[in-house]
Design a protein around this ligand. Structure first.
Ligand SMILES: *[C@@H]1O[C@H](CO)[C@@H](O)[C@H](O)[C@H]1NC(C)=O
Ligand SMILES: *[C@@H]1O[C@H](CO)[C@@H](O)[C@H](O)[C@H]1NC(C)=O
Ligand SMILES: *[C@@H]1O[C@H](CO)[C@@H](O)[C@H](O)[C@H]1NC(C)=O
Ligand SMILES: *[C@@H]1O[C@H](CO)[C@@H](O)[C@H](O)[C@H]1NC(C)=O
Ligand SMILES: *[C@@H]1O[C@H](CO)[C@@H](O)[C@H](O)[C@H]1NC(C)=O
Ligand SMILES: *[C@@H]1O[C@H](CO)[C@@H](O)[C@H](O)[C@H]1NC(C)=O
Ligand SMILES: *[C@@H]1O[C@H](CO)[C@@H](O)[C@H](O)[C@H]1NC(C)=O
Length: 769
């Protein structure tokens, strides 16, 4: 009876005091309709047009996510395509990526504030411009606020300090150009603060050091100067990214739980604190391009988790301490361009197979890479930070007199101006370097997971994700016990099966035999590294399984690699006349090549080193249902090296790496070539090179060898750009091959030229009709 009464009264109160469910939804959907209009109808919100159903039941289309609770929108995530795309800006065209002049950020935020239940708001790459108004604080329930990749400038509104529920604040890749606010400690639950790639000035605010909950702090690529305060109070901090600022103090003591520390390209000076050797969870440390001096603490090299250590281009000096050891996970060390002298510790000897070591440009005694003469490292004045230049100027003035002072100050001014200008241009609106979703791009990855965070409300674990372990049983179920119907093919890299995981995800599973001698631990390190590589144009490695039960034919172990499944086949089949319905026109080919080139460029320059031989060929480029290219089989050299050890021995990692780098460029040359002329039967590539390359030189020759589909859809200029870069890539002269950056640049240039030609053609056609 009591229950019934309670139930009844609830119904009554609903009917009396609350608007009907339907009305509530209508008002919320009206807000969305208005937001869509404000944002000038971005494609992800296209689904809202004439949509009459329940918004909260909208089956989530790409780049849009809406969640509700009790008929109110609690989560709105929109990812537009008004992306700041730095590589388009190499001097020839400036696309208009901002919303029009009619856009008012003020009324936009007013409309937004009519969604008061919002807990997660993410509006990325939508072209939003203007000064963010204070009234954003009306969204007082927000836990996640992500406005990254827009064109917002001015200051970060002070009223944000009242949004105390925020745990994620990301304003990265905008034009905020005032100081970093000093009220951030009001946000007492903040875990992720990402303000990188802006033009924030002034000092690093010490208030940040009072946000005890902070796990990720990224302020890189700004104009912060002055002192970095003691941060030891940030006991939860895992990621610290302050790269490319003007910070010029000594390095402070850092909190103990840091996993990633990126402080490169500042003006830090003094010694590397010995306490860095106590950061027992540290995996990545980048202190390169600063003015650090003294001997590097030896315990840095032996940290248990450290895998990436970059101390390049500092003023580190002196001999290494005796008995320096390297940690078991250390895979990459760069100490090049310092003033280190004495004997090279044996674990840094470049004959070691486990790690890449860069050590050129020092004065080390028994190093294989280029070293300076001993006197270079003892010369005190060779490279000095600006403050010491000033000190020296004073001394010289006293000693020699006013004239010399004048000369030196003129020099100093020129120096400073240069430096200022180069910094400036980095931050110029059209030249700002925006990392293309690299693992350096820690914030975006984290923010992508924000939905998960918000749902789980568990904020403790923010370490880098490790490769998931699958059980053999799980993979058996997924592939129907490796049934032949699930068999996709077999190659030098083992057998490939299709599978479906319990949660419905389709996967591709590669099964490889591994040598009994292979060290499973080393293999796991490599697999972990590989699974950390996330890029829109790489097929994601979801996890692995090592089966040691000896089920293999030869009684050895087996390794299973589980990848995301890409549905629409490989690029090669899209180049072949055998599939006329699929065949891609020139601009589509360029888009795919650009995607792949970005992925390879990323592999060569990412935080995780070593992925240099990536088996680039047209049938390793997979296309998803939107024809977005994804490179498969990348980084396999890391795995095969482990698998085949110890039989495979040879050159040291340094020369191998160099060769591999060239290998990728060369192989990509063939991918380009096949994009031009269609698939080349395997093995015939060399013959083609000998007999046909010259044909590209003449119009007639081109007409004969270039794929007719390409000929009819390309502009001659765009074609010429690609022909020329192709020739360079496959040049027999290794030194005349271009860098991957060059390749990417040229492809983007070709795409731009093609787009302009296509647009001209369209307007000609309309003016004729
Ligand atoms: C939406 O409705 C308008 C007016 O009825 C119509 O012109 C338009 O084509 C519709 N849009 C879509 C995508 O159906
Ligand atoms: C939303 O969808 C779920 C499952 O598809 C259904 O059970 C529910 O009734 C729908 N809600 C509304 C309000 O239409
Ligand atoms: C960047 O620009 C190129 C060339 O216009 C384009 O093909 C590519 O898709 C853009 N990248 C992104 C991530 O939008
Ligand atoms: C960008 O577009 C807006 C409105 O569409 C226009 O006013 C502005 O001049 C454009 N800017 C450039 C550089 O084309
Ligand atoms: C910030 O940028 C805006 C717009 O470009 C400009 O008007 C303003 O003066 C800048 N503020 C500072 C402090 O540089
Ligand atoms: C901060 O987080 C804790 C734990 O999740 C929660 O209990 C508290 O209410 C939050 N504080 C605010 C102001 O939201
Ligand atoms: C360099 O020489 C020292 C002492 O002669 C030796 O201990 C060390 O292993 C050598 N390092 C390399 C890389 O050969």
């Amino acid at each position: 009876m009591g229950c019934f009464y309670l139930f009844f009264s609830v119904i009554v109160s609903w009917a009396l005091f609350l608007p009907s469910t339907h009305e509530l939804q209508t008002s919320q959907s009206q807000v969305l309709t208005q937001l869509r209009k404000h944002l000038e109808f971005p494609s992800p919100l296209g689904v809202l047009e004439n949509y009459t159903g329940d918004l909260c039941n909208l089956s989530s289309p790409a780049h849009l996510s809406i969640s509700c609770q009790e008929n109110s929108i609690t989560e709105l995530k929109v990812m537009g395509d008004r992306l700041f795309n730095v590589t388009e800006f190499n001097g020839f065209a400036i696309p208009n990526k901002t919303l029009s002049e009619k856009f008012s950020i003020d009324s936009f935020v007013t409309t937004l504030s009519r969604l008061p239940s919002l807990r997660v708001l993410s509006l990325v790459s939508l072209g939003i411009w203007g000064r963010l108004p204070d009234k954003i604080h009306r969204l007082s329930s927000l836990e996640v606020l992500d406005l990254s990749s827009n064109f917002i400038f001015g200051s970060i509104p002070p009223k944000i300090s009242t949004m105390v529920k925020l745990h994620t604040l990301s304003l990265e890749v905008n034009y905020f150009n005032e100081t970093v606010p000093d009220w951030l400690d009001s946000l007492s639950n903040l875990t992720i603060l990402c303000l990188k790639n802006n033009q924030l000035k002034g000092q690093f605010p010490s208030s940040i050091c009072r946000i005890k909950t902070l796990t990720d702090l990224a302020l890189s690529h700004n104009e912060l100067s002055g002192k970095l305060p003691d941060m030891s109070t940030l006991t939860s901090l895992h990621v610290l990214d302050l790269r490319e600022n003007d910070l010029d103090s000594e390095l402070p003591v850092l909190p103990k739980r840091l996993v990633t520390v990126l402080l490169s390209k500042n003006s830090f000076s003094g010694k590397i604190p010995v306490q860095f050797g106590d950061l027992s969870q540290l995996q990545h440390l980048d202190l390169s391009f600063n003015y650090l001096s003294g001997a590097p603490p030896s315990n840095l090299f032996s940290l248990p988790e450290i895998s990436y250590l970059n101390l390049a281009s500092n003023m580190l000096s002196g001999p290494f301490p005796n008995g320096l050891n390297c940690g078991g996970k250390l895979g990459f060390v760069d100490i090049s361009n310092n003033k280190l002298a004495g004997d090279l510790p044996s674990c840094l000897g470049s004959t070691s197979d486990e790690r890449v070591v860069e050590l050129s440009g020092n004065c080390l005694a028994n190093a294989s890479q280029h070293q300076h003469d001993h006197s270079y490292c003892t010369k005190a004045l060779a490279r000095r930070k600006q403050s010491s230049v000033r000190e020296i100027v004073v001394l010289v003035a006293v000693a020699i007199g006013a004239l010399l002072v004048l000369v030196l100050s003129v020099l100093a001014v020129i120096c400073l101006c240069r430096r200022y200008r180069s910094r400036k241009s980095e931050h110029n609106i059209f030249a700002k370097a925006v990392p293309d979703n690299s693992p350096n791009d820690l914030c975006s990855n984290i923010v992508t997971n924000a939905r998960y965070i918000s749902q789980a409300a568990k904020l403790e674990t923010h370490g880098a994700p490790v490769c998931r372990l699958f059980s053999l049983e799980e993979l058996r179920v997924a592939t129907n016990d490796f049934d032949f119907s699930m068999f996709l093919g077999e190659g030098s890299m083992g057998k490939l099966y299709k599978g479906k995981l319990e949660n419905g995800t389709s996967v591709a599973i590669r099964s490889l035999a591994i040598s009994k001698k292979c060290s499973t631990n080393n293999l796991k390190v490599q697999l972990d590294s590989l699974s950390k590589l996330h890029h829109p144009h790489l097929v994601g490695l979801l996890g692995h399984c090592i089966d040691s039960s000896g089920q293999d034919d030869s009684g050895g172990k087996r390794l299973f690699l589980v990848y995301e499944y890409i549905s629409s086949g490989n690029y090669r089949t899209y180049l072949s006349e055998n599939y006329p319905e699929k065949v891609l026109k020139w601009s589509d080919r360029l888009a795919i090549l650009i995607g792949v080139a970005k992925a390879v460029h990323f592999l060569h320059t990412g935080v995780i080193p070593g992925s240099f031989n990536n088996r680039l060929k047209t049938n390793n480029i997979l296309l998803d249902e939107h024809r977005i290219p994804k490179l498969s089989d990348y980084g396999m050299s890391l795995i095969t090296e482990e698998i085949e050890k110890p039989e495979a021995k040879g050159e040291g990692p340094k020369s191998r790496r160099k060769k591999d780098l060239e290998g990728d460029v060369y192989n990509f040359g063939f991918v380009l070539l096949e994009s031009l002329v269609g698939p080349i039967v395997s093995g015939k590539g060399e013959t083609f090179l000998l007999n046909e390359m010259a044909s590209f030189g003449s119009q007639d020759g081109r007409r004969r060898i270039v794929d007719p589909v390409v000929l009819t859809t390309c502009s001659q200029e765009s074609l010429s750009i690609v022909v020329s870069i192709t020739k360079k890539c496959i040049s027999p002269e290794v030194s005349s091959r271009p860098s991957f950056e060059d390749v990417l640049w040229n492809l983007q240039y070709a795409a731009q030229v093609q787009a302009t030609a296509d647009a001209d053609q369209k307007s000609d056609a309309t003016s004729v009709s």
